[in-house]
Ligand binder design. Structure first.
Ligand code: GDP
Length: 589
């Protein structure tokens, strides 16, 4: 929430204006005859107004109507703001003043809200709001981002939306290109080129690979089509105006879901078997396939990894259909491909905002997931002065609860002053109003949450703060094929992204999604080894960007191995995985 704006309004609505005061004072001194004249003019004006309204001749300004609609939609925002002001200023008077401030400046307020609602121009206007409440309502729950999308990115997104409208499912261009695909022949040039994203792996992984694939589509002028898998259509709203991103069910390559790194259609296999040759220039289109499967999952081999070479990108440009499977956030390695480097800098002058902007652009929870998010937020988080998120993901050893993991969470949160220390004795006096801190925990196990909640129930805090500890679910184990399980997982990632400070677990894409959407640099809990809490327990992340867990280590020009984490200052090894790569911003260079 933009507290500064509200404060400005508060002060302007209560400020005494010396000029106006002067006017009022001189008006008081005017003679009674002036008052009579003024009253007659007012009566005449009112009558004229009445006639105009009766005969419906007053012009309705569509812009004003739109603005009114926006301010009605955002009635809840005003309430949230009002509520926050009430808490911050601590009294009924300030609540009334705030309400007046919002009303006084109705129109400019709406224009500002319209800008907020579209996330600084990231989102296109004109979607049907009811079909996807989260798209325009996220602004009611999220703090405004400190990172503005660049004008180049906004222009690129609008251009992409136009391309998607022209080439999307069941358009003439789509039907034509599908016919060419069915014929098995690569015609050389097509109206539209596509990248089909295959739904694969846990939800956090899926969100990251989808964002990476969309960025790849932007960089290569391809249209992104999404395999709906079991539940993609139930979890997310459509991100592009007017036309779906879901791959039509009658798409001819139905077997693509079974493609693996060993399939003959795999780009790596075609290179390995010399079916295509990325060393040759001037290959005729006829000798290239009509489609290729790109295997970019963690188990990909050296041939698959040639995807990240410029030479191979030039070749792939000439294949109209690419089918891509990944479980990795492969954006950092796109920054190392010379063909893309310049465009990426234009789109993202702040390089560490790629997922932050693309994630907010693409991923809008469906109405059912939005219900899970908003009900939980309003019931348990809205009233706190501060919200802390703690995301716990235990790999390898089952979900726990484990004492060493609990010790690590507490050591990190207490030493970094995210959670207050507890006192051994009850305070001798109690102040009427205590600061409320809400701790949102997520984990497959309920054990950590119960222990921390009890700690703050059984003991007072040294700071005097009241700490509420909540956890939406404890699903015990990963159940990726279950719809409600994935809806809860998505809702929890989103709720974590609404917190003010975040603690995440190493290696977890679940946590990466939350930090990226929230624009937060989390404190990352180091991965425990040998069932021991690491010391130090955590460190602050360098950037809000996710980590690419399986990057290639190859110098395409020199054709030899190289440490790709040392090539450019803005692509570095990750904090939580020494061989991973992540994009960092200027402030970390
Ligand atoms: P990652 O494995 O941590 O990288 O994250 P993914 O999201 O890709 O896969 C883990 C999956 O396990 C999630 O998608 C959920 O299905 C489930 N899961 C893991 N942690 C949690 C949690 O804290 N809450 C819920 N609801 N599900 C979780």
């Amino acid at each position: 929430m933009d507290m500064k704006r509200i404060k400005r309004q508060l002060s302007s609505s209560t400020r005494t204006d010396p000029e106006n005061d002067g006017f009022h004072r001189s008006a008081d001194r005017k003679s009674g005859s002036n008052m009579v004249r003024l009253t007659s003019i007012l009566v005449v004006c009112l009558m004229v107004l009445l006639i105009l309204v009766t005969f419906g001749v007053i012009h309705r300004d569509p812009a004003t109507d739109r603005a009114r609609g926006v301010s009605e939609d955002l009635g809840f925002k005003a309430n949230v703001q009002k509520d926050r002001i009430h808490r911050v200023e601590g009294g009924r008077d300030s609540e009334e003043t705030a309400e007046k401030g919002l009303e006084d400046d109705g129109l400019s307020q709406s224009a500002d809200m319209l800008k907020d609602k579209l996330l600084g121009g990231l989102l296109a206007p004109g979607f049907d709001e009811g079909s996807c409440l989260s798209r325009y309502q996220s602004v009611l729950y999220r703090k405004a981002s400190t990172q503005r999308p660049s004008s180049n990115l906004l222009a690129r997104l609008r251009k992409y939306e136009a391309l998607h409208r022209q080439c999307g499912p069941n358009t003439d261009s789509y039907n034509k290109t599908v016919d060419q695909l069915k014929s098995g022949h690569n015609p050389g040039t097509t109206d539209c080129k596509y990248v089909v994203w295959i739904s694969h792996s846990g939800l956090g992984n899926r969100i990251l690979t989808l964002a990476s694939t969309f960025l790849y589509a932007l960089l290569t002028d391809r249209v992104l089509l999404v395999d709906r898998g079991a539940d993609m259509g139930d979890l997310f709203c459509e991100p592009f105006p007017k036309i779906s991103w879901l791959l039509p069910l009658d798409f001819p390559l139905n077997q693509f879901k079974n493609f693996t790194e060993k399939s003959p259609q795999s780009y790596g296999i075609m290179l390995k078997n010399n079916i295509i040759n990325d060393n040759k220039e001037n290959i005729s289109a006829g000798s290239l396939p009509a489609f290729a499967y790109l295997h970019l999952a963690h188990d990909y081999d050296d041939y698959d990894k040639l995807f990240f070479c410029e030479q191979d990108q030039l070749l792939l440009q000439r294949i109209p259909w690419l089918i891509l499977r990944s479980d990795n956030y492969f954006v950092p390695s796109l920054f190392l491909i010379p063909t893309f480097e310049q465009e990426l800098s234009r789109l993202f002058p702040r390089k560490d905002t790629v997922f932050h902007h693309l994630g907010r652009y693409l991923f809008h929870p469906s109405n059912s997931v939005w219900g899970l998010i908003t009900r939980f937020y309003q019931a348990y988080l809205a009233h706190a002065e501060e919200r802390i998120g703690i995301q716990i993901r235990v790999f390898d050893t089952g979900t726990g609860p484990f004492q060493h993991v609990l010790d690590q969470i507490l050591a990190c949160s207490l030493s970094e002053k995210l959670l207050p220390k507890v006192a051994l004795q009850e305070p001798s006096s109690s102040t009427a109003k205590r600061r409320l801190k809400a701790v949102l925990m997520t984990s497959l196990s309920s054990g950590y949450f119960e222990k921390i909640r009890n700690m703050y129930w059984e003991n007072p805090t040294i700071s005097g703060e009241i700490v509420s500890v909540v956890q939406p679910s404890h699903e015990e184990y990963q159940q990726t094929e279950k719809q409600m399980h994935n809806m809860k997982a998505w809702a929890e990632m989103y709720l974590l992204s609404l917190t003010d400070a975040l603690v995440t677990s190493s290696w977890s894409t679940f946590g990466y999604v939350a930090q990226g959407l929230g624009g937060l640099k989390p404190w990352i809990l180091y991965k425990p080894e040998n069932s021991t809490a690491p010391d130090p327990p955590c460190r602050r992340a360098m950037s809000m960007e996710p980590c690419f867990h399986a990057p290639p280590f190859y110098d395409c020009k020199a054709k030899k191995g190289i440490d790709t984490g040392l090539l450019v200052p803005h692509v570095r090894h990750c904090e939580d995985m020494s061989w991973g790569l992540k994009v960092v911003g200027e402030d970390e260079l």
